[in-house]
Each structure stands twice: as structure tokens, then as C-alpha cells.
Design a protein around this ligand. Structure first.
Ligand SMILES: [Mn+2]
Length: 354
């Protein structure tokens, strides 16, 4: 009996805090997250025996009821027992308008009951974010049947008491007799113990989520040892390149080419941060970044470089020009270096050296 444990799909998220460089990449990503959920459900249908969905399936009311119904219909169509925790982002599922979803044959939405749902030797318990209390946890734990494989599904924080959706500390969870504790809420997957895990989100949402995304799986027999399985369509990857004043556009193209693997270029959402000092002759603008992004599925560039001011060399190269005069004036008056940078750059770009 193989289980799959997933959480935090956040379907319907507008990703308002997402850091995408363009709207198309953003829209594509919203669609991909949905497709990935359906792909996972197909995988459950074909290759698993039970599914734990530990909350935040939906991102508040930003998703139409018809879509929520469609997702539940697809969960039911797996033909496998599906257990759903209501998280802090989908507490609208408690509303009467959604009561009919709990009448689907294979889907069970936890409703505050302390009684398990039994499937063969397995008994599955679940407490929604709103329903959790230490008392309830103890009541369930004290009444576990040791002959069964006991699973608990939760949604909330178990490591940081400052989180408004903090449930309980890990030590208390470890002291219980559950064979597996399936957690949702934290987007980074984590095996807190061999039998206690955060699934993390299924697909990364933006460039702040660069860890691998997927689900947790294991076999429903004592003792349960869970493992993480990558599943996301693509990853978000952030790298930085340090440039030097000697780098030409050709050098930069070579450095960019070497920065990512073939797989990353073909599949992943890439962000490259340029840092270091560059020559004042070098122009890192959006046209150049467009050229750099060719041959990548998605590559966006961030320019954090500063222009190198080798005043001695500059003066020599631009003798008897305005540039020389500007540098002389700066050195005489101990002027503002940032203003000098801007002035020199403008002069060099225009080629108007007088
Ligand atoms: Mn949450």
C-alpha cells in the first residue's frame, strides 16, 4: 500500500508577490500549477493506493466554485481514498456551499471529528487548521488502536511559535504513537522525523522558492519511512555572475552560457544577477538581456553591477576631451563620485567627447 502526501497547491493564487519579469511567464506559471495537480492525480490513479492532501489546496476565494468542484471531481476520479485537510488558505471549504463535496465516494474532507476513517489496516485521522487543539491531539493519541497503521493529517506550523498558524511543537508530535504524520503549510519540504514530514508545495511559485518541489511517499506498513519525490514541472534557479572591468559583451555571453546546465536552459525559470564592476563602455540594457535570454526557456537578468572608474586609464584614453576635463574637475573639487559615474557614462554612451 503506497501513499502519496501532498499539500499547498494554492490553486487560484494570483502570485501578487511573485517576482516574474513579464506577464506571459506569470500566466504560463498559473496554468502549469493547475496542470501539475491533475498530473499528480493521474499518477495517484495509476501508481498509488491513498492520497493525503494536507491543506491550502486553494488560495482563498480567488478561485471560482466551478474550478474547486472540478478539482474535487478529479480527486474522486482517482478511485483511491483521498483525504483532505482544510488549511488556513481554504477555510471557505467549511461553508455550506461546499458540503456536497464531502459526499463524493472517494474523497474525505476532515470535519472536526476525532474519529478515524478506516481503509483496511489503515486508520486516517485529520485535524483542520481551525479544529486543532492539544487536547484533541491527546484524545486521539490515547485512543489509537496499536494494531492499525495510524496516520494523522495536519496543516500548520510545528517549528515556529511566532507563526499565526502554529499548532504544536515537534517534540510533542514525536511523542505520539502515530505511524505517520502528514503535514502541510510550510512550502519547503522537510522530513522532520522518518515518519513526520512536510510535503512542501507541489510547484514553486516564484524566485523565492528555489528548492526542489514534489511530494512525499512511502509504504503503509510499520515502521513508515517517508521519502521525498521531485515532481514539479520546472524549478526556479537564481545564480549570480561577478563581472570585471575587462569583460566584453562577448565574455559575458560566454559566462552566461556556462552558468546553467542544458536541462536548466531548456526547462527552468532562470534568473541571473550580474554583480561586480564593469567597464564604463559596457551597456547592460534590456536589448542586451534579450539577446542573452535566447536559447533559454526563461532567463531574466538583474543588473547589480557598478561602473568601474579607473580614472587614470580613462583620462589617458580620452586626452584633450570633455571626459578629461570632467575628471580633472572632480579631482580638484573632491566631487560626488556617483554624479561623476553618471556623467562619464553619459559621455561615453553618446560618444560626444567634444
Ligand atoms: Mn497554510
Amino acid at each position: 500500500m503506497r501513499f502519496i502526501h501532498t499539500a499547498d497547491w494554492h490553486l487560484g493564487t494570483k502570485m501578487t508577490h511573485a517576482s516574474f519579469s513579464n506577464a506571459t511567464a506569470h500566466a504560463d506559471r498559473v496554468r502549469e500549477i493547475e496542470e501539475s495537480v491533475y498530473r499528480l492525480l493521474d499518477h495517484v490513479k495509476a501508481d498509488a493506493d491513498m492520497l493525503f492532501v494536507c491543506g491550502d489546496l486553494f488560495d482563498h476565494a480567488r478561485i471560482p466554485v466551478s474550478k474547486i468542484e472540478a478539482v474535487f471531481t478529479r480527486m474522486n476520479a482517482t478511485g483511491k481514498p483521498v483525504f483532505v485537510v482544510v488549511g488556513n488558505h481554504d477555510d471557505m471549504l467549511h461553508a455550506k456551499a461546499y458540503a456536497h463535496l464531502n459526499r463524493l465516494e472517494h474523497v474525505h474532507i476532515f470535519d472536526g471529528s476525532l474519529k478515524p476513517v478506516r481503509v483496511g489496516d489503515v486508520e486516517v485521522y485529520g485535524l483542520n487548521t481551525d479544529d486543532f487543539s492539544l487536547d484533541k491531539l491527546h484524545t486521539i493519541d490515547e485512543n489509537l488502536n496499536p494494531d492499525r497503521i495510524n496516520v494523522l493529517c495536519l496543516h500548520g506550523d510545528v517549528t515556529n511559535p511566532k507563526d499565526p498558524h502554529y499548532l504544536i511543537d515537534l517534540k510533542t508530535l514525536k511523542a505520539t504513537a502515530f505511524d505517520y504524520i502528514a503535514l502541510g503549510h510550510i512550502h519547503k519540504h522537510a522530513l522532520l522525523a522518518p515518519h513526520i514530514a512536510y510535503a512542501g508545495n507541489l510547484e514553486p511559485i516564484d524566485f523565492s522558492e528555489t528548492d526542489a518541489k514534489g511530494y512525499i511517499t512511502g509504504t503503509l506498513e510499520k515502521p513508515i519511512t517517508a521519502t521525498f519525490e521531485p515532481f514539479a514541472t520546472r524549478r526556479f534557479v537564481v545564480k549570480s555572475i561577478t563581472l570585471t572591468p575587462e569583460d566584453t559583451t562577448h565574455d559575458i555571453r560566454q559566462k552566461v552560457d556556462a552558468a546553467f546546465s542544458r536541462r536548466e536552459k531548456k526547462k527552468d525559470m532562470l534568473r541571473l544577477v550580474f554583480q561586480g564592476h564593469i567597464s564604463p563602455h559596457l551597456i547592460l540594457d534590456s536589448a542586451f538581456f534579450d539577446v542573452l535570454s535566447e536559447g533559454h526557456y526563461h532567463l531574466e537578468c538583474v543588473d547589480n553591477t557598478t561602473v568601474d572608474l579607473d580614472l587614470k586609464q580613462l583620462r589617458k584614453a580620452h586626452k584633450d576631451t570633455i571626459i578629461e576635463a570632467v575628471i580633472d574637475e572632480f579631482e580638484r573639487d573632491k566631487g560626488d563620485e556617483e554624479a561623476l559615474r553618471l556623467a562619464l557614462r553619459a559621455l561615453l554612451e553618446s560618444g560626444d567627447e567634444g
